[in-house]
Design a protein around this ligand. Structure first.
Ligand SMILES: [Zn+2]
Length: 313
């Protein structure tokens, strides 16, 4: 068998990297992905932009990203964009940023045990199509991703009609797996997979991870809820109480960043909301702490669009 020098070197490098990684348990999520192996762990900053209070928040957030040259994906609802299209166009047109859809008006595309019931297929059509068309008309570039409102613990697996709408609209990926098993928090560090088993092999699922940070701060006023799994697959990622400071929040993020790297996960991305980040930490100190640590760990800064591109050469 002929093996080129280049193949030998890359095989040796992979073996060296593997031998330096701590032994980690291979869980079902690792083996469930149908994505090709990806040696570099990407860090993706992403924001669900969904209410009027998100505009002043995004001004602060964008400034941090520009200063640290950190890419980001902004998922935005059509209604939020419509209310301040000129302002958002100025903020998000930077090539550092991807703009993707967070539906038209935040209606649910699937039932979520904690957040409510799905709307009718006709309403789903508007959520899926109108947001993409409007984002593309404002930013004059393709909108390839959709993050459904609230997300689900089973992604969109088996949701044939909804997947068909999303596929027909021309999206290339959805980011809908945003909860842990049994609708728990945090969402585990799941890798990408495609919807081939549902007959949409060219539509990818790119999960988000960790806590919906608004829940960590009790910003939804849910109080104490039956929210975590027992036994917990990530006990270190469950703080004893609501977080009180940016440093508390970073301490939770840090567990995920380090676990993603050690377990050689393709990507790590938190579920962040500008309105909630701004209410808790107007100086955006948590962003700075998180981005600096991602940099220290040598994670590859990325958007969801560039993760998608890496999966479909
Ligand atoms: Zn949302």
């Amino acid at each position: 068998m002929h093996v080129s020098r280049r193949e030998l070197i890359s095989a040796a490098a992979a073996a060296t990297i593997a031998s330096h990684l701590p032994q980690t348990r291979v869980n079902a999520a690792d083996t469930a992905s149908n994505a090709p192996a990806n040696p570099a762990t990407r860090y993706i900053a992403a924001y669900d932009t969904e209410s009027p209070a998100c505009l002043p928040a995004c001004r602060r957030i964008v400034a941090v990203h520009r200063r640290l040259e950190m890419p980001a994906t902004f998922f935005i609802t059509g209604r939020t964009l419509e209310a301040n299209a000129k302002e958002y166009k100025e903020l998000f047109s930077d090539p550092l940023f991807e703009v993707a859809s967070h539906t038209w008006s935040h209606k649910l595309l699937r039932d979520n045990a904690l957040c409510g019931r799905a709307v009718s297929l006709d309403e789903q059509r508007e959520e899926v199509f109108r947001s993409k068309e409007f984002i593309e008309s404002v930013f004059e570039r393709p909108c390839i991703g959709l993050r459904p409102a609230v997300g689900f613990d089973n992604a969109l697996k088996g949701a044939a009609d909804t997947l068909k709408l999303i596929h027909d609209a021309g999206y290339r990926y959805v980011s809908s797996l945003l909860w842990g098993p049994d609708c728990s928090m945090p969402a585990l560090i799941e890798p990408p997979f495609h919807y081939g088993p549902d007959n949409f092999a060219d539509l990818w699922e790119l999960p988000g991870h960790g806590w919906h940070e608004n829940l960590l701060k009790n910003h939804n006023r849910w109080g104490a809820r039956r929210l975590t799994l027992w036994p917990s697959p990530m006990p270190g990622a469950i703080p004893n109480d609501f977080v009180k400071t940016p440093q508390d929040e970073f301490a939770v993020n840090r567990v995920f960043l380090e676990h993603a790297l050690q377990a050689n996960k393709p990507q790590i991305s938190f579920i962040w909301h500008p309105w909630s980040l701004h209410q808790f930490d107007p100086e955006m100190k948590m962003l700075e702490l998180t981005f600096t640590h991602a940099h220290t760990l040598n994670l590859t800064p990325s958007t969801y669009a560039s993760l998608h591109q890496s999966l479909t050469p």
